[in-house]
Design a protein around this ligand. Structure first.
Ligand code: AMP
Ligand code: GLY
Length: 417
């Protein structure tokens, strides 16, 4: 089968590498792809993931048997609906199901309708009302832009001033553009975080090994939120009992609720949860693999990824056995100096070959035959092993061998070294 993957980050590189192992895959394409993906798939760097017309044109000329829409923006724009209506088979939720990620206000109201545990909240589109509510609640409190904001739209405000200025910036200052025109003001929750990714065919849901992202830029979870600086899997404090509670109170009610509302979810669903003293609660949903959760978890999959993706689309997940290696995995992200604020691009990258771990490319580009940095998050360095300590030691040993000007990584992914 000829498979086209839509996206151009580490997540898409990990998907391409997993698909390459399938004996059924004869050809891999990726739009736009990146400097690393180009070694594993035919890339279309001029076609952005959000370019619906451009992707349709590729489909018409290349005639892929299956299109895997991996990143959030095209799903929110309805790329799967568009591909299906043009007769192409596609993996990923349709636009109305992807809304659980693309609108936090929709997701919060959906959870309220279906009694799914999450932080209490109110939704505002006018600053005066938001201010009154925030002053009434006090800090700490969480202010979130409604729409997609590259993982940076949530402000955990520890003081009233911080909360008010975040709400003002979004509602009146144009922060996050249209995504911030509506804000969700949310109760501050405490506890450890865990991510459950799951395959879903609209009715059945099969979870993947649990993962823990490290979202802040600095060690000790300090500094600004990023798209994710490193992930471990599995997560020792997410017990089987907690997983069962989450399945009964969160995962199943979410999938059933979406189906009942005519928003059947077929694809990968991502439950970001806080393990609070009163049980797991949803922080947010995503309608796709996380990045770098995908790079961390997919190397543990023993089954053929293509079979699983097809089963999701065809409603056959109940009949499909999905096997995992049972190992631990650790991903360390190497970023450009300055990220998630301003950073420079175009620095040559060396040391990947023979570094001793799997390296997925996030923000890289081939320029005059050289591999250079082309984004905030540059490389996801991943190692698996019998124990998390082994995986972590191997991932860090490999990451230390990779160089480019300004390269930055956290040193405490999965605990202090
Ligand atoms: P989000 O963009 O919704 O995934 O939020 C980014 C990060 O902000 C999460 O990983 C949490 O660490 C933090 N966060 C979000 N919502 C809350 C909340 N209600 N209480 C405490 N922390 C939160
Ligand atoms: N790593 C977080 C995300 O993909 O949303």
């Amino acid at each position: 089968m000829k498979v086209l993957v839509i996206g151009g980050g580490g997540r898409e590189h990990a998907i391409i590498c997993a698909l390459r192992k399938s004996p059924k895959v004869t050809e891999l394409l990726c739009a736009p792809g990146n400097g690393g993906i180009a070694a594993d798939a035919k890339c279309f760097p001029e076609v952005k993931a959000t370019d619906l017309d451009g992707v349709l044109a590729i489909c018409k000329s290349e005639k892929p048997d299956y299109v895997m829409v991996a990143s959030d923006d095209p799903l929110a724009l309805g790329m799967v609906d568009m591909l299906e209506s043009n007769g192409f088979k596609a993996f990923g939720p349709r636009k109305n199901a992807a809304e659980i990620e693309s609108s936090k206000a929709f997701a919060k109201e959906f959870m309220r309708r279906h009694s799914i545990p999450t932080a209490e909240c109110e939704i505002f589109s006018n600053y005066a009302d938001a201010e009154k509510y925030i002053r009434g609640k006090g800090a700490p409190i969480v202010i979130k832009a409604d729409g997609l904001a590259l993982g940076k739209g949530a402000i955990v405000a520890m003081t009233l001033d911080e909360a008010l200025s975040a709400a003002r910036d979004m509602l009146e200052g144009g922060a996050f553009g249209g995504a911030g025109r509506t804000v969700v003001v949310e109760e501050y929750m405490t506890g450890r975080e865990v991510t459950a990714l799951a395959f879903c065919d609209g009715t059945h849901i099969v979870t993947m090994p649990p993962a823990r992202d490290h979202k802040r830029i600095f060690d000790g979870d300090k500094g600004l939120n990023t798209g994710g600086m490193g992930v471990i899997s599995p997560v020792a404090d997410y017990t089987d009992e907690l997983a069962k509670t989450a399945m009964d109170r969160i995962f199943k009610p979410t999938i059933d609720g979406l189906r009942e509302e005519g928003r059947e979810f077929r694809g990968v669903i991502y439950f970001e949860m806080m393990l609070t003293p009163s049980g797991p609660k949803v922080i947010e949903y995503n309608a796709r693999f996380g990045d770098p959760e995908c790079e961390t978890v997919l190397p543990l999959l023993k089954s053929d990824l293509l079979d699983v993706l097809i089963a999701c689309r065809d409603g056959k997940l109940g009949e499909t056995k999905i096997e995992w290696s049972g190992e631990a995995s650790c991903c360390v992200m190497i970023a450009s100096g300055g990220y998630p604020a301003k950073y420079e691009k175009g620095f040559e990258i060396t040391g990947i070959d023979g570094c001793g771990a799997t390296v997925y490319h996030s923000g890289t580009q081939l320029k005059d035959g050289k591999l250079v940095t082309a984004g905030g998050r540059v490389l996801a360095v991943v190692a698996t092993g019998e124990t998390l300590d082994r995986a972590r030691a191997d991932a860090y040993a490999a990451a230390e061998k990779i160089h480019f000007e300004g390269a930055y990584m956290r040193h405490d992914i999965g605990g202090a070294r």
